[in-house]
Design a protein around this ligand. Structure first.
Ligand code: PMP
Length: 445
């Protein structure tokens, strides 16, 4: 009998006992290929000796120092490193303990920016349906995941949502990507005009949508148009790269591939690779200057911001990724994995779409490829695939979200960047078996 309130009260979990490379082991001695990095977290895999050594050294030197008294060397070095590779205009980092905290900080930065600038009437956030920005009340309000929001709706601040950029379902017959991207982005301008441009503070979006949609990138041109619209109306652009950032898509920041510059970009999962809880909101020089010239502080804070152990772990993870040239592996083995997925599932009766970038790939499950009809939500197909995959020693992340009343089943694949080709083959093989077994339970042949 467990005394932990687990996510699923009635579904006992295996006990994780250890990990090495791309595998996790349970106390029964079973091995699992971590093809989702947990939830796109374990970018370096498990038990990396260099990260363990960095953690040991940091624990011996300095485990904790409160930020109202001190800064610390690992935090300073990590910030220098991140800013050196951040999108143009980003000048400072604010370290927290995870993705929700990073997005919560980002929202408060946007608000304080406009207060400092003498525009306190700017308080509206616009985000997209089919998005997840975190589980704290502010970030849950910003996100558009209906299932996660529903029980808490009366407690959530008012936010406004537009459609995601979701070509598989929303691009019309015969419409080009370019035309669709402009149409989808136009919804932002329409919403800003509806609310009144001088009341809107920020638009928030994941460049590649993760947990609610299984790795959906925007079409070419969408984010460039979003940037133009934000600039025209003085609205800040917050990009949530908590899941898709830190090399997951093959470039350090996913937004590099969209040719877009954010005012704030948040990162978390791959930053520390799971070795410590850490996230960050990276902000522009313009926002920093507004704080510096205004009240002289960002009016926020948590006990564990800039935690030296967390920063040391993240620094070690990022140094290994750079030293070992792992982003190249993300691109090359990621492309191989995608090819294998396409070979195995390209004509599969129940896979409607295969998508993503780098080692951030998604499959969308459908009852019928031509109608794109979804499985009954109550069948919880994505959860069944996860269970069948676990039974075959494979971890994949089940994603599901409702957009405009359509509840989808998606599978997210986000393996460690050290993945090799043979393991990529094993992932596809086990996933194929798991998927067929799960579908057979829902609609027996
Ligand atoms: N934003 C995105 C895009 C995420 O995928 C997640 C986590 N799934 C979060 C925010 C929240 O991060 P955390 O769980 O670390 O609070």
């Amino acid at each position: 009998m467990t005394h932990i309130l687990h996510r699923q009260i009635h579904a006992p979990l295996p006990v994780a006992a250890g990990g090495s490379g791309i595998e996790l082991f349970d106390t029964e001695g079973r091995a699992y290929i971590d093809a989702s990095g947990g939830a796109a977290v374990s970018c370096l895999g498990h038990g990396h000796p260099d990260v363990i050594e960095a953690l040991r050294r940091q624990a011996e030197t300095l485990a904790y120092a409160h930020t109202s008294f001190f800064t610390s060397e690992p935090a300073e070095r990590l910030a220098d490193r991140l800013i050196a590779s951040a999108p143009e205009g980003i000048s400072h980092a604010y370290f927290v303990s995870g993705g929700s905290e990073a997005n919560e900080a980002a929202i408060k930065m946007a608000r304080q920016y406009f207060v400092e600038k003498g525009q306190p009437q700017r308080r509206n956030i616009i985000a997209r349906r089919q998005s997840y920005h975190g589980n704290t009340l502010g970030t849950l309000a910003a996100g558009g995941n209906e299932w996660r929001r529903a029980p808490f709706a009366p407690l959530l601040i008012g936010t406004h949502h537009i459609s995601p950029c979701y070509a598989y379902r929303h691009r019309e017959e015969g419409e080009s990507d370019a035309a669709y991207g402009q149409r989808a982005a136009q919804e932002l301008e329409d919403k800003i005009l509806e609310l009144g441009p001088d009341t809107v503070m920020a638009f928030m979006a994941e460049p590649v949508v993760g947990a609610t949609a299984g790795a959906v990138p925007a079409v070419e041109g969408y984010f460039r148009r979003i940037r133009e619209i934000c600039d025209r109306h003085g609205v800040l652009l917050i990009l949530d790269e908590v899941m898709c950032g830190m090399g997951r898509t093959g470039t350090m920041f996913a937004c590099e591939q969209d040719g877009v510059r954010p005012d704030i970009v948040t990162i978390a999962k791959g930053l520390g690779g799971g070795y410590q809880p850490i996230g960050a909101a990276l902000l522009s020089r313009d926002i920093f200057d507004a704080f510096a010239e205004g009240s002289g502080l960002f009016q926020h804070g948590h006990t564990y911001i800039c935690h030296p152990m967390a920063c040391a772990a993240a620094l070690a993870v990022q140094e290994v990724i750079a030293r070992d040239g792992l982003l190249r592996n993300v691109r090359e083995v990621g492309a191989h994995l995608r090819e294998r997925l396409e070979a195995r599932f390209g004509n599969h009766a129940h896979i409607g779409d295969i998508r993503g970038r780098g080692m951030f790939l998604g499959l969308e499950l459908v009852t019928d490829r031509s109608t794109k009809a979804t499985f009954e939500p109550d069948a919880k197909l994505h959860a069944r695939v996860k269970k069948e995959a676990m039974a075959r020693g494979l971890m994949v992340y089940p994603a599901g979200g409702t957009v405009d009343g359509v509840r989808g089943d998606h599978i997210l694949i986000a393996p460690p960047f050290i993945l090799g080709r043979p393991a990529a083959e094993a992932i596809v093989e086990r996933l194929g078996e798991a998927l067929d077994a799960a579908v057979a339970q829902v609609r027996p042949a």
